[in-house]
Write a protein that binds this ligand. Structure first.
Ligand SMILES: Nc1ncnc2c1ncn2[C@@H]1O[C@H](COP(=O)(O)OP(=O)(O)O)[C@@H](O)[C@H]1O
Ligand SMILES: CC(C)(COP(=O)(O)O)[C@@H](O)C(=O)NCCC(=O)O
Ligand SMILES: [K+]
Length: 244
């Protein structure tokens, strides 16, 4: 009889927490929330927890989630110098954001070749991974929401209502369009410059803002919304095997 392994992956980013329920390799459901889902009817054997939040916030989340799933074995995932056949580029491997680390690992295993990972979240991260599993490094830039918020918070007259953010033709002719499309152009130029350096790499994009970018970029990219969770599953399972 095959033993079904149920795993809950928790990916705590700076904006939202993504909860992904696995049964063996199959994703049963994904929930994006600010706190632990309740009454899910899911009883994971294991919880793989990856957080880029502060130690204090991560500890509070750990307590909340463990209280909701008291029978689950807890694994906190962190960036390592090597895991699942991938070698971390960082001089100090542990300082690489664990979301980036897990996305890099999942992308390497899915692409089976040279790959560029774009994760458009609170920040926009771009990581480059060679087909041999060597993480070559990457960039961090402000996310779309962050750029817009800074313009609003640091100026007196950049003000507009959400309803003014409309698709337009030609150069922006309103404050709302000037800001939103200016931020888009910043990110698109950033990504297109990197694409000119890595044109033959596969590109995979994830993160809450990826659909916006996909619609504007003329770079062929695979959209994988569960990339970080898939990387967490690979790393967590490797740890479980290693502990046996
Ligand atoms: N349901 C949602 N809740 C929060 N942010 C969302 C949602 N849908 C799309 N987004 C966009 O995704 C961004 C957050 O992406 P995400 O990858 O979850 O960030 P992080 O991993 O940094 O927490 C937000 O800036 C927002 O623009
Ligand atoms: C860059 C990040 C804040 C992105 O996190 P997110 O946008 O998912 O909230 C995170 O990957 C992080 O905390 N990195 C640590 C610094 C580094 O990766 O070099
Ligand atoms: K993230």
């Amino acid at each position: 009889m095959s033993v079904v392994a149920s795993v809950l992956v928790v990916d705590a980013g700076n904006t939202s927490i993504k909860f992904t329920a696995f049964e063996n390799e199959q994703i049963l459901w994904v929930q994006r929330d600010d706190s632990c889902p309740v009454d899910t009817g899911f009883a994971p054997d294991r919880i793989y927890f990856a957080s880029v939040r502060s130690k204090e916030q991560s500890a509070l989340l750990h307590a909340d989630i463990q209280a909701e799933f008291p029978g689950s074995v807890w694994f906190t995932l962190t960036s390592q110098d090597e895991a699942c056949g991938v070698i971390n580029a960082y001089v100090e491997p542990k300082r690489l954001g664990v979301d980036r680390w897990l996305g890099v690992i999942a992308a390497h295993h899915r692409a089976k070749g040279d790959v560029v990972v774009v994760d458009a979240g609170t920040a926009i991260k771009v990581d480059v991974v060679g087909k041999d599993g060597v993480h070559l490094g990457g960039y961090i830039a402000p996310g779309l929401g962050m750029m817009e918020n800074v313009l609003l918070s640091k100026t007196a007259r950049i003000r507009y209502d959400a309803c003014e953010v409309v698709a337009g033709r030609g150069l922006p002719d309103s404050t709302a369009r000037a800001v939103t499309e200016g931020c888009h152009e910043m990110v698109l130029g950033f990504l297109e410059r990197i694409h000119r350096r890595y044109p033959n790499f596969k590109w995979v994009v994830t993160g809450g803002d990826s659909q916006v970018l996909l619609s504007l970029l003329d770079i062929s990219m695979e959209y994988q919304p569960n990339l970080v969770a898939l990387g967490a599953k690979l790393v967590g399972d490797e740890q479980v095997r290693g502990n046996k």
